[in-house]
Ligand binder design. Sequence first.
Ligand SMILES: [Zn+2]
Length: 172
Amino acid sequence: MKRPILIHPDPRLKKVCAPVPDLSDELRVLADDMLETMYDAPGIGLAAPQVGVLDRLIVLDCVKDEAEAPRPLIMFNPEVIAASDDESTYEEGCLSIPEQYAEVTRPAEVTVRWIDRNGNEQQEDFGGLWATCVQHEIDHLNGRLFIDYLKPLRRQMITRKMQKLKREKARA
Ligand SMILES: [Zn+2]
């Protein structure tokens, strides 16, 4: 089932999310719903607070080539346990900040540890778009948005645009 995506500014997008103590059917349904919502948007990543749930859960799939098999990843309690000194810059966007894009510089490679849908611990090295995406999504769990990396003026401009968009949506 698709879930509505919160649009910035929203206090729930600024909260530090709580670790998931135990997996439950309810959490698995939430993860599946988030993947459905993400693919439908379409997007390459989504964090639980973006659908109003303050749990440490993200989903992502950065396979861009349509000829390639999709690779949906569900990560409970994801943690960056190592990051490269090398950095890379990508133009980022966010489903909670529609149609706004900006360059963000982050470590080019990260090692992430998480609990998968079956409750098993996983660890993997990510590079390229995957590295950027997984860091962007984990940031959401700490109440941090990609626009928080921008200069205040640019961030305020984007926030004002989003406030206007929300007013228009509320009126429609
Ligand atoms: Zn985002």
